[in-house]
Design a protein around this ligand. Sequence first.
Ligand SMILES: Nc1ncnc2c1ncn2[C@@H]1O[C@H](COP(=O)(O)OP(=O)(O)OP(=O)(O)O)[C@@H](O)[C@H]1O
Ligand SMILES: [Mg+2]
Length: 241
Amino acid sequence: MSGLVVRDLRVVFDGFAAVDGVDLEVAPGDIRFLIGPNGAGKTTLVDAVTGLVKATGSVRFGDDELLGRPVHRIARMGVGRTFQTATVFEELTVLQNLDIAAGAGRGALTLLRRRRSVPVSVEEALETIGLAGLRDKPAGALAHGQKQWLEIGMLLVQDVKLLLLDEPVAGMSHDERDATGALLRVVSADRTVVVIEHDMDFMRSFANTVTVLHAGKVLSEGSVAQVQADPAVQQVYLGVS
Ligand SMILES: Nc1ncnc2c1ncn2[C@@H]1O[C@H](COP(=O)(O)OP(=O)(O)OP(=O)(O)O)[C@@H](O)[C@H]1O
Ligand SMILES: [Mg+2]
């Protein structure tokens, strides 16, 4: 299993440093929550790690340097992310969505060949995300939470080893949140997971470690208890003075 090591990461938009010299280490198998107020730079950090925005500094996952590599190379190194809004193919079934994701790394010829059986990776992902019974349902007919799980499933079949999830439980019911937390625990057994989240109850229940970003910099880091007890966090993030 590999960990994530970010050094002096900087992303500048028109002279404005959205990410302003961030150092971050996420151990293999960790579930790290990345929190912070709106505009803190959380999504931009994930964009930099996944190659969507230009950045300086260093981002290593295992032995690989990610910075400067194109998006598809970074994906092939086992790095996958979700976005603040789910991106599944609504007209296709759950199974078809997973099948396409599983084929993302394969050649066109392989994809064209008719496959009679469901690949093992897809079968496993269906079980892990709890959608085995809904495999033939169109993704568009899924509940909000189930779509998010499908999206996580689409990363699992791509054999992603570093998962970066941008507000995965936003808009979810309480039960869906709990199910998502349980899913993260299963997934992190042999992967490294970074979760951007605003939901503090969810963080308290499922975070292993927490990093607080504020104005593009790391404000605080540690266990949930440590971060919550940090006066700087209380002042800046929770609005307590
Ligand atoms: N493409 C861009 N061009 C210019 N500025 C940007 C761009 N993307 C983000 N920003 C700015 O960078 C800062 C950080 O944005 P980012 O989306 O990373 O914040 P965030 O922590 O994810 O916030 P939220 O919790 O609202 O999702 C914000 O001030 C935002 O306006
Ligand atoms: Mg964001």
